[in-house]
Design a protein around this ligand. Structure first.
Ligand SMILES: Nc1ncnc2c1ncn2[C@@H]1O[C@H](COP(=O)(O)OP(=O)(O)OP(=O)(O)O)[C@@H](O)[C@H]1O
Length: 267
């Protein structure tokens, strides 16, 4: 297997704050990771490194076969798909959905050519269909619901056929139906062998789509545990990560966690 992302002792400091503390991590081709941790754990910081948007204070980052710091990040970035609230904030609300997706092929936001090439148009339409938002193609981004925006963004992030897909809290702000729809869609992508290696940031094990293979638990910038889902999402690891005694279950491929009752805890 080939490593898509390789971190060795990566530390990020801002003044006295240590945002990431000697993180070592390897993501191989074909793997689908969920990155879990409480607020402020360092998940977004880690994702920014994976997106070649941030350099560590110390440590080494291998990304798509290149060593960060020795390569032009503008050549790396088109090979990485990113969907996050920060990216969504930069999308003009008046852009048409179809144009938003197509224009990703040219590294810009929104329509910038009168004519697109037929293969680009075809791919954008295929992705909108795959993300179940083909019916919104002619709508403007600003008129979409939160769940629809998330799907359109994921379609856009896949447009360049990236080798690494980074999804920062795609479930945030969705209602229960919207979350379940998104989990199903992400599950289809996860099982598709042609999908890129994926890292999904979340606060909730309930949002892990079936088909995901690995998890990293992060707390205060440090790795609590990382590895296959089954080996990592133990009650002990999750309780330590979220500082709460948790009971964890896996039913029909879906994870859930809740605080242990006093009875379960033997109190
Ligand atoms: N420039 C900075 N200077 C000091 N601290 C910072 C700076 N940028 C971020 N932080 C802190 O680093 C920590 C990690 O932030 P990060 O956004 O990576 O966490 P996160 O796990 O994504 O959190 P959330 O789940 O709340 O989105 C937070 O405590 C944040 O306040």
């Amino acid at each position: 297997m080939t490593a898509v992302l390789e971190l060795a002792d990566v530390t990020v400091r801002r003044g006295k704050a240590v945002l990431l503390d000697e993180v070592t991590w390897v993501v191989d081709e074909g793997e689908r990771w969920v990155l879990l941790g409480p607020n402020g754990a360092g998940k977004t910081t880690l994702l920014q490194i994976a997106a070649a948007q941030l350099h560590p204070t110390s440590g080494a980052v291998g990304l798509l076969g290149e060593l960060l710091g020795t390569v032009d990040v503008f050549e790396l970035r088109p090979r990485i798909g990113v969907a996050s609230a920060a990216v969504a904030d930069r999308i003009p609300r008046g852009e048409k959905v179809r144009d938003l997706v197509i224009s990703a092929a040219h590294g810009v936001v929104g329509r910038w050519r009168e004519q697109y090439e037929a293969p680009d148009e075809q791919r954008a339409d295929d992705l909108l269909r795959e993300l179940s938002v083909a019916h919104l193609a002619e709508r403007t981004f600003g008129t979409l619901s939160e769940g629809e925006r998330k799907r359109v963004q994921i379609a856009r992030s896949l447009m360049t056929d990236p080798e690494l897909l980074l999804l920062d809290e795609p479930g945030a702000g969705l209602d229960l139906g919207g979350r379940e729809d998104l989990v199903s869609t992400l599950s289809v992508l996860a099982y598709d062998p042609d999908s890129p290696a994926t890292i999904l940031v979340s606060h909730h094990v309930e949002e892990i789509p079936p088909g995901f293979t690995h998890a990293m638990l992060l707390k205060e910038g440090r790795v609590v545990a990382a590895g296959t889902l089954a080996a990592t999402l133990t009650e002990a690891n999750l309780s330590a990560t979220f500082d709460t005694p948790l009971s964890v279950s896996l039913v029909d491929g879906r994870w859930s966690a809740r605080r242990r009752t006093r009875r379960q805890a033997g109190v």
